[in-house]
Design a protein around this ligand. Structure first.
Ligand SMILES: [Zn+2]
Length: 142
């Protein structure tokens, strides 16, 4: 298990009261931390060439990570094995926002610790990720 998830799991054991202001605070942290991540460019989103990647390219190309269309993809936000690193980093906040709003659906994502490379993210982004995973971990049994 990687460092960030270990930290999240450790902090999860402390129950923190849920309320709307905590979600709003976490959303703001995510938005601020990822505000300056540049759009990776169409060709690096899904570098692999196949029908599934063509379909995903059509969905994602030109879409900002905060586009409600992207968040509505929900579990589909995390096709890590198909996405290039730049695309994964760029759309990761959409995944976090989805988890914040639907913590019980974390299992659908099939997210694996190996999918998560801390080196792709800044310190502020890692903090937002950790805090979000703590929140989600308190509300799911994943
Ligand atoms: Zn493909």
């Amino acid at each position: 298990m990687n460092r960030i998830l270990q930290i999240a799991v450790r902090v999860m054991s402390f129950g923190v009261g849920a309320d709307g202001s905590r979600v709003a605070h976490l959303e703001r942290d995510i938005q601020n931390a990822f505000a300056n991540v540049p759009y990776p460019g169409d060709s690096s989103l899904f570098p692999h060439q196949c029908g599934e990647c063509d379909r995903l390219r059509q969905v994602y190309t030109g879409s900002h990570w905060s586009d409600p269309k992207i968040e509505r993809l929900g579990a589909d936000v995390g096709p890590r094995e198909l996405m290039g690193d730049d695309g994964w980093r760029y759309y990761f906040p959409a995944l976090l926002l989805f988890l914040l709003r639907h913590p019980a659906r974390v299992r659908e994502l099939g997210l694996k610790a190996d999918d998560f490379d801390p080196c792709l993210f800044t310190t502020a982004q890692l903090r937002a990720i950790r805090d979000t995973l703590e929140y989600v971990g308190e509300r799911s049994d994943a």
